[in-house]
Design a binder for this molecule. Structure first.
Ligand code: AMP
Length: 249
Protein backbone atom coordinates (compact mmCIF):
# COMPACT_ATOMS: atom_id res chain seq x y z
CA UNK A 1 0.00 0.00 0.00
CA UNK A 2 1.36 3.37 -1.05
CA UNK A 3 0.95 6.43 1.17
CA UNK A 4 1.43 10.04 0.19
CA UNK A 5 2.38 12.47 2.94
CA UNK A 6 2.15 16.24 2.46
CA UNK A 7 4.87 18.16 4.27
CA UNK A 8 4.96 21.94 4.46
CA UNK A 9 7.96 24.16 5.09
CA UNK A 10 7.04 26.64 7.82
CA UNK A 11 8.77 28.87 10.36
CA UNK A 12 10.10 26.68 13.19
CA UNK A 13 7.60 26.59 16.04
CA UNK A 14 10.23 27.90 18.50
CA UNK A 15 10.67 31.14 16.57
CA UNK A 16 8.82 34.23 17.72
CA UNK A 17 7.55 35.56 14.40
CA UNK A 18 7.58 39.25 13.57
CA UNK A 19 5.65 41.09 10.86
CA UNK A 20 7.61 42.98 8.21
CA UNK A 21 7.88 46.70 8.96
CA UNK A 22 5.49 47.52 6.08
CA UNK A 23 2.90 45.02 7.38
CA UNK A 24 2.76 43.03 4.12
CA UNK A 25 3.60 39.69 5.73
CA UNK A 26 5.77 37.83 8.20
CA UNK A 27 9.48 38.61 8.18
CA UNK A 28 11.26 35.42 7.03
CA UNK A 29 14.78 36.90 6.85
CA UNK A 30 17.27 34.73 8.76
CA UNK A 31 14.43 32.81 10.36
CA UNK A 32 14.81 29.09 11.09
CA UNK A 33 12.46 26.99 8.96
CA UNK A 34 11.26 23.44 9.64
CA UNK A 35 8.66 20.83 8.75
CA UNK A 36 5.23 21.83 10.02
CA UNK A 37 4.83 19.86 13.30
CA UNK A 38 1.56 18.22 12.23
CA UNK A 39 3.26 17.06 9.00
CA UNK A 40 6.01 15.46 11.12
CA UNK A 41 3.28 13.54 12.89
CA UNK A 42 1.92 12.53 9.47
CA UNK A 43 5.34 11.18 8.39
CA UNK A 44 5.73 9.35 11.70
CA UNK A 45 2.35 7.67 11.29
CA UNK A 46 3.21 6.55 7.75
CA UNK A 47 6.56 5.19 8.97
CA UNK A 48 4.86 3.29 11.83
CA UNK A 49 2.40 1.77 9.35
CA UNK A 50 5.34 0.74 7.20
CA UNK A 51 7.09 -0.80 10.19
CA UNK A 52 3.90 -2.78 10.89
CA UNK A 53 4.01 -4.12 7.32
CA UNK A 54 0.81 -2.31 6.30
CA UNK A 55 2.46 0.30 4.09
CA UNK A 56 5.02 -0.51 1.42
CA UNK A 57 5.98 2.90 0.10
CA UNK A 58 5.92 6.43 1.52
CA UNK A 59 6.10 9.40 -0.82
CA UNK A 60 6.66 12.84 0.75
CA UNK A 61 5.31 15.80 -1.23
CA UNK A 62 5.98 19.46 -0.63
CA UNK A 63 4.83 22.51 -2.54
CA UNK A 64 6.93 25.63 -2.31
CA UNK A 65 10.24 27.21 -3.26
CA UNK A 66 13.34 25.15 -4.11
CA UNK A 67 14.55 25.29 -0.49
CA UNK A 68 11.53 23.14 0.51
CA UNK A 69 13.81 20.29 -0.57
CA UNK A 70 15.28 20.58 2.93
CA UNK A 71 11.98 19.54 4.50
CA UNK A 72 11.55 16.71 1.99
CA UNK A 73 15.06 15.50 2.88
CA UNK A 74 14.08 15.57 6.55
CA UNK A 75 10.99 13.49 5.72
CA UNK A 76 13.25 11.07 3.82
CA UNK A 77 15.57 10.87 6.84
CA UNK A 78 12.57 10.11 9.04
CA UNK A 79 11.62 7.15 6.83
CA UNK A 80 9.90 8.31 3.62
CA UNK A 81 11.11 6.43 0.51
CA UNK A 82 11.06 9.20 -2.05
CA UNK A 83 10.11 12.81 -2.44
CA UNK A 84 8.28 15.08 -4.84
CA UNK A 85 8.77 18.84 -4.85
CA UNK A 86 6.21 20.94 -6.69
CA UNK A 87 8.37 23.98 -7.10
CA UNK A 88 6.89 27.46 -7.10
CA UNK A 89 7.81 30.82 -5.62
CA UNK A 90 4.16 31.86 -5.41
CA UNK A 91 2.65 31.72 -1.92
CA UNK A 92 0.18 28.98 -2.74
CA UNK A 93 -3.16 29.03 -0.93
CA UNK A 94 -5.02 25.94 0.35
CA UNK A 95 -7.36 25.45 -2.64
CA UNK A 96 -4.44 25.50 -5.08
CA UNK A 97 -2.39 23.23 -2.76
CA UNK A 98 -5.32 20.79 -2.74
CA UNK A 99 -5.54 20.93 -6.55
CA UNK A 100 -1.80 20.26 -6.86
CA UNK A 101 -2.03 17.37 -4.40
CA UNK A 102 -5.00 16.00 -6.38
CA UNK A 103 -2.85 16.04 -9.53
CA UNK A 104 -0.08 14.18 -7.66
CA UNK A 105 -2.67 11.70 -6.31
CA UNK A 106 -3.83 11.02 -9.88
CA UNK A 107 -0.23 10.23 -10.92
CA UNK A 108 0.74 8.22 -7.85
CA UNK A 109 -2.58 6.56 -6.96
CA UNK A 110 -1.87 6.19 -3.22
CA UNK A 111 -4.31 4.32 -0.97
CA UNK A 112 -4.00 6.98 1.68
CA UNK A 113 -2.92 10.62 1.84
CA UNK A 114 -1.84 11.85 5.25
CA UNK A 115 -1.65 15.57 5.94
CA UNK A 116 -1.31 17.72 9.03
CA UNK A 117 -4.60 19.02 10.40
CA UNK A 118 -3.19 22.50 9.93
CA UNK A 119 -0.05 24.37 9.03
CA UNK A 120 1.16 26.52 11.92
CA UNK A 121 1.92 29.49 9.68
CA UNK A 122 -1.50 30.21 8.17
CA UNK A 123 -3.56 28.07 10.60
CA UNK A 124 -5.89 27.40 7.68
CA UNK A 125 -7.02 23.85 8.49
CA UNK A 126 -8.42 23.54 4.96
CA UNK A 127 -6.15 21.55 2.68
CA UNK A 128 -7.02 17.98 3.72
CA UNK A 129 -10.74 18.65 3.59
CA UNK A 130 -10.46 20.32 0.17
CA UNK A 131 -8.33 17.48 -1.17
CA UNK A 132 -10.93 14.94 -0.05
CA UNK A 133 -13.71 16.97 -1.67
CA UNK A 134 -11.83 17.39 -4.95
CA UNK A 135 -10.80 13.73 -5.24
CA UNK A 136 -13.96 12.18 -3.82
CA UNK A 137 -11.82 10.26 -1.30
CA UNK A 138 -13.22 9.60 2.15
CA UNK A 139 -11.83 11.79 4.93
CA UNK A 140 -10.89 11.30 8.56
CA UNK A 141 -9.68 14.59 10.00
CA UNK A 142 -8.01 15.33 13.39
CA UNK A 143 -6.87 11.72 13.78
CA UNK A 144 -5.62 10.48 17.13
CA UNK A 145 -5.56 6.83 16.03
CA UNK A 146 -5.33 5.22 12.61
CA UNK A 147 -5.90 1.50 12.07
CA UNK A 148 -5.78 0.05 8.55
CA UNK A 149 -7.62 -3.23 7.97
CA UNK A 150 -7.99 -4.60 4.47
CA UNK A 151 -9.75 -2.08 2.29
CA UNK A 152 -10.68 0.30 5.08
CA UNK A 153 -9.12 2.53 7.70
CA UNK A 154 -10.60 3.24 11.11
CA UNK A 155 -9.82 6.73 12.32
CA UNK A 156 -10.40 8.00 15.84
CA UNK A 157 -11.08 11.72 15.55
CA UNK A 158 -10.58 14.40 18.18
CA UNK A 159 -13.85 16.33 18.37
CA UNK A 160 -15.09 18.89 20.90
CA UNK A 161 -17.19 16.35 22.77
CA UNK A 162 -14.43 13.71 23.00
CA UNK A 163 -13.55 11.12 20.35
CA UNK A 164 -15.44 9.99 17.31
CA UNK A 165 -14.55 6.77 15.51
CA UNK A 166 -15.16 6.59 11.76
CA UNK A 167 -14.50 3.74 9.34
CA UNK A 168 -13.45 4.92 5.90
CA UNK A 169 -13.23 3.06 2.63
CA UNK A 170 -9.77 3.37 1.06
CA UNK A 171 -8.47 5.43 -0.66
CA UNK A 172 -8.79 8.01 2.09
CA UNK A 173 -7.46 11.34 3.28
CA UNK A 174 -6.37 11.48 6.91
CA UNK A 175 -5.28 14.59 8.79
CA UNK A 176 -3.24 14.31 11.96
CA UNK A 177 -3.88 15.72 15.41
CA UNK A 178 -1.30 16.16 18.18
CA UNK A 179 -2.10 13.00 20.11
CA UNK A 180 -1.65 10.63 17.14
CA UNK A 181 2.00 9.92 17.93
CA UNK A 182 5.29 11.42 19.04
CA UNK A 183 7.59 11.82 16.05
CA UNK A 184 11.09 10.31 16.25
CA UNK A 185 14.29 12.22 15.62
CA UNK A 186 16.23 11.52 12.44
CA UNK A 187 19.46 9.63 13.16
CA UNK A 188 22.70 10.75 11.55
CA UNK A 189 23.03 7.59 9.39
CA UNK A 190 19.46 8.11 8.18
CA UNK A 191 20.19 11.77 7.37
CA UNK A 192 23.13 10.59 5.26
CA UNK A 193 21.05 7.88 3.58
CA UNK A 194 18.28 10.40 2.82
CA UNK A 195 20.65 12.33 0.58
CA UNK A 196 20.64 9.41 -1.86
CA UNK A 197 16.89 8.83 -1.91
CA UNK A 198 15.07 9.94 -5.09
CA UNK A 199 13.52 13.42 -5.19
CA UNK A 200 11.54 14.47 -8.28
CA UNK A 201 10.82 18.08 -9.05
CA UNK A 202 7.87 19.37 -11.05
CA UNK A 203 6.03 22.65 -11.43
CA UNK A 204 2.36 23.65 -11.10
CA UNK A 205 2.38 24.12 -14.91
CA UNK A 206 3.51 20.51 -15.36
CA UNK A 207 0.51 19.48 -13.29
CA UNK A 208 -1.83 21.89 -15.13
CA UNK A 209 -2.82 23.81 -12.02
CA UNK A 210 -3.26 27.58 -11.83
CA UNK A 211 -1.86 28.72 -8.48
CA UNK A 212 -2.74 32.40 -8.76
CA UNK A 213 -3.78 33.54 -5.26
CA UNK A 214 -7.49 34.28 -4.78
CA UNK A 215 -7.16 35.88 -1.38
CA UNK A 216 -5.15 39.05 -0.79
CA UNK A 217 -3.54 39.66 2.58
CA UNK A 218 -4.30 43.25 3.45
CA UNK A 219 -2.18 43.60 6.58
CA UNK A 220 -0.20 41.52 9.06
CA UNK A 221 0.28 42.97 12.52
CA UNK A 222 1.30 41.61 15.93
CA UNK A 223 -1.43 41.03 18.52
CA UNK A 224 -2.03 43.89 20.96
CA UNK A 225 0.42 43.85 23.88
CA UNK A 226 -1.18 42.48 27.01
CA UNK A 227 -1.17 44.78 30.04
CA UNK A 228 0.59 43.45 33.10
CA UNK A 229 -1.69 41.98 35.79
CA UNK A 230 -1.74 42.96 39.47
CA UNK A 231 -1.57 40.96 42.68
CA UNK A 232 -4.26 41.45 45.28
CA UNK A 233 -3.69 40.97 49.01
CA UNK A 234 -6.82 38.98 49.78
CA UNK A 235 -10.26 37.89 48.61
CA UNK A 236 -11.89 41.04 49.96
CA UNK A 237 -9.65 43.22 47.77
CA UNK A 238 -10.31 40.95 44.78
CA UNK A 239 -14.07 41.26 45.22
CA UNK A 240 -13.80 45.01 45.69
CA UNK A 241 -11.79 45.39 42.46
CA UNK A 242 -14.08 43.12 40.47
CA UNK A 243 -17.05 45.16 41.69
CA UNK A 244 -15.75 48.71 41.47
CA UNK A 245 -12.89 48.65 38.93
CA UNK A 246 -13.67 45.87 36.48
CA UNK A 247 -17.40 46.22 37.19
CA UNK A 248 -17.98 42.57 36.32
CA UNK A 249 -19.85 41.52 39.46
P1 AMP B 1 -3.50 24.13 6.06
O1 AMP B 1 -4.79 23.74 5.44
O2 AMP B 1 -2.78 25.22 5.31
O3 AMP B 1 -3.63 24.46 7.54
O4 AMP B 1 -2.52 22.86 5.95
C1 AMP B 1 -2.91 21.57 6.36
C2 AMP B 1 -1.96 20.54 5.83
O5 AMP B 1 -1.94 20.57 4.40
C3 AMP B 1 -0.48 20.71 6.22
O6 AMP B 1 -0.20 20.18 7.50
C4 AMP B 1 0.20 19.89 5.11
O7 AMP B 1 0.10 18.50 5.38
C5 AMP B 1 -0.66 20.23 3.91
N1 AMP B 1 -0.06 21.39 3.20
C6 AMP B 1 -0.45 22.68 3.26
N2 AMP B 1 0.36 23.46 2.51
C7 AMP B 1 1.29 22.62 1.97
C8 AMP B 1 2.43 22.80 1.12
N3 AMP B 1 2.78 24.00 0.65
N4 AMP B 1 3.17 21.70 0.79
C9 AMP B 1 2.82 20.49 1.26
N5 AMP B 1 1.77 20.25 2.07
C10 AMP B 1 1.02 21.30 2.41
Amino acid sequence: MKVLVAVKRVVDYNVKVRPKSDGTGVDLNNVKMAINPFCEIAIEEAVRLKEKGVVTEIVAVSIGPKVSQEQIRTALALGADRGILVETDVEVQPLAIAKLLKAVVEKEEPKMVILGKQAIDGDNNQTGQMLAALTGMSQGTFASEVVVEGDSVTVTREVDSGSQVVKLALPAVVTTDLRLNEPRYASLPNIMKAKKKPLDTMTPEDLGVDVTPRVTTLKVEPPAERQAGIKVADVAELVEKLKNEAKVI
